[in-house]
Ligand binder design. Structure first.
Ligand code: USQ
Length: 406
C-alpha cells in the first residue's frame, strides 16, 4: 500500500514508518520537525542520540534496501501544500500522528494551550478537508488517546469507543443506541483528541471518509525489531518533566539512582502499551479498514493497566531505588480504578509484550546504556494544571535531590 505517515519523525511515528516499510508498504514521512524544535525550546534532548531525519532514512536504505521518502511540510498551517501533496501522492492509507502529544506541555502557558489547539485540530481538519475535496478514498488512521474517556471509575469496563445506551422514547418505548463514549478530557492536549473524534464522526457521516481512531494508552519502551537493526535507527526516548511519560521516566530515574517521582498518592490507574505493540496495532488497523459509509472504527490500543505507585514499586524492587511522593502538579483524581476492553486487537492476533518481560531489558539496555546523557535538572515536572497547582512546582523542584546538589 502507499502509506503517508504524518508525524513520522516522532516517538511513535518513526518506528511505525520502519515497521510498515519493512512489511513492504511504500512509505512517505510528512513532518514539520516540530518535535525537534520543541526539544530546543525546552532545552532538553532525547536520552538516545538521534540523527537527522535524512540520515536516519539513509541508514534505513542501507540496512533494509528500502526507500522511505521525506516531505518537510506543516499540515496545520500549509493547507494548500497539503492538498497538492495529497493529490500527487494519492495514498491508500494515511497515519496521522502529526500532533502535539504532551499533556504537561499543553498546560504550560496560554500560548502553548493555544498552540496545541491550533496545531492539533487544524492538522486533523486539513487532512480530512483535503481528502474530501480531492475525492480520495484514503483510509484515515489517527492516533488518539485513552484519555478521551477520562479516568473516572464508573464500575464498568471502558468499551472501544462506543457506549450502548437505552433511550426512553416519548411514546414510552425503550430503544438501544450506540453513542460515542462521553468525552472527559484531563488536559488541553486530551481535549484536542476529543475534538478529533467529532471531526471523524462528521466526515464519516457526511462524506463517507473511512476513519480509524486508535485510543492509545501510555507508551513505554524504546526499541522495536526495526529500530534495533542499527544504532542510528534508534528511537527517541523522552524523560523530561514535559514529554517523558511515567514509566520511561521511572526507568531512567532508576538508572541514575534518582528517587522515583510519584505524583500525589500514585493511586492514578492508567492503561499502558509497549512501543513494539503500538506499531503492530497500527499495522493491524491498516490491514482492517472500515467500509465506506461505516462509522469510524475505534480500537483501544493498550495491553495492560497499572496503578502508578505499583509501577514505581516494581521499578524500585528491580533497581533498589527509593520512591518519593511529590505534590501532584496535575488536576486529576488521586485514586481511580480502570478496566478497559481491548478485544478487537487481540482478536486480530496481537500478542502483547508484558511489563514483567520487557521492563528489565529497558532498564539495562536503554536507561543504563545512555545514563551518561541524562540531565537530572530536566527531570522535575515543570507544568501545573492551574495557577494554584503551578505554585507547587517549586516544591517539586526543591524536593528533587538531584536538583538540590546542583
Ligand atoms: N506521573 C507521575 N510521576 C511522573 C510522571 C507522571 O506520577 O514522574 C503520573 C501523572 O500524574 C499521571 C500518570 O503518571 O497520573 C501518567 O502521566 P504520563 O505523563 O505518563 O502520561 P499522560 O500525560 O497521560 O500522557 C501520555 C502521552 C499522551 C498519551 C497519554 C495516554 O504523553 O500522548 O495520549 O499518555 S493516556 O494517559 O492513556 O491518556
Amino acid at each position: 500500500m502507499r502509506v503517508a505517515v504524518f508525524g513520522g519523525d516522532g516517538f511513535v511515528g518513526w518506528p511505525t514508518c520502519l515497521h510498515l516499510s519493512n512489511a513492504g508498504h511504500d512509505v512517505t514521512i510528512v513532518d514539520n520537525l516540530s518535535r525537534r524544535r520543541i526539544d530546543t525550546e525546552l532545552g532538553v534532548q532525547s536520552l538516545t542520540p538521534m540523527d537527522s531525519i535524512q540520515e536516519r532514512l539513509r541508514i534505513w536504505k542501507q540496512v533494509s534496501g528500502k526507500t522511505i521518502r521525506f516531505e518537510l511540510l506543516d499540515i496545520a498551517t500549509e493547507y494548500t501544500r497539503v492538498k497538492l501533496w495529497l493529490d500527487e501522492f494519492r495514498p491508500d492509507a494515511l497515519v496521522h500522528l502529526a500532533q502535539q502529544r504532551a499533556a504537561p506541555y499543553s498546560m504550560k502557558s496560554d500560548r502553548l494551550k493555544t498552540y496545541t489547539v491550533n496545531n492539533n485540530t487544524n492538522a486533523t481538519h486539513n487532512l480530512l478537508s483535503a481528502l474530501v475535496e480531492l475525492g480520495l478514498d484514503t483510509h484515515f488512521i489517527h492516533l488518539g488517546t485513552m484519555g478521551v474517556y477520562g479516568y473516572s471509575d464508573i464500575g464498568a469496563t471502558i468499551p472501544e469507543g462506543y457506549l450502548t445506551v437505552n433511550v426512553r422514547l416519548d411514546d414510552g418505548q425503550e430503544v438501544s443506541r450506540k453513542i460515542l463514549y462521553p468525552a472527559d478530557p484531563g488536559s488541553v492536549y486530551h481535549m484536542t483528541k476529543c475534538m478529533d473524534q467529532i471531526m471523524f464522526a462528521f466526515y464519516a457521516n457526511n462524506d463517507q471518509i473511512r476513519a480509524t481512531d486508535l485510543h492509545q494508552g501510555i507508551v513505554w519502551g524504546t526499541h522495536t525489531d526495526q529500530t534495533r537493526r542499527h544504532e542510528q535507527l534508534v528511537n527517541r526516548f523522552d524523560y523530561d518533566g514535559d514529554y517523558g511519560t511515567v514509566l520511561n521516566r521511572f526507568l531512567i530515574q532508576a538508572a541514575i539512582k534518582h528517587p522515583l517521582t510519584v505524583h500525589g498518592t500514585g493511586g492514578q490507574t492508567r492503561a499502558f502499551i509497549h512501543i513494539q505493540d503500538s506499531v503492530r496495532c497500527i499495522e493491524l488497523a491498516l490491514n482492517n479498514p472500515p467500509a465506506r459509509g461505516e462509522r469510524p472504527k475505534i480500537f483501544n490500543q493498550m495491553t495492560e493497566v497499572f496503578r502508578i505507585r505499583d509501577l514505581a514499586k516494581l521499578v524500585s524492587e528491580l533497581s533498589g531505588v527509593e520512591i518519593v511522593y511529590l505534590p501532584n502538579p496535575r488536576k486529576e483524581a488521586s485514586e481511580n480504578d480502570m478496566k478497559v476492553a481491548n478485544q478487537q486487537f487481540l482478536d486480530l492476533g496481537l500478542e502483547p509484550i508484558t511489563l514483567q518481560v520487557g521492563m528489565l531489558e529497558e532498564l539495562v539496555h536503554v536507561a543504563g546504556k545512555y545514563a551518561h546523557r541524562i540531565d537530572a535538572s530536566k527531570i522535575p515536572a515543570q507544568s501545573g494544571w492551574t495557577a494554584d497547582l503551578q505554585s507547587r512546582i517549586s516544591t517539586i523542584v526543591d524536593f528533587n535531590p538531584a536538583q538540590r546538589k546542583v
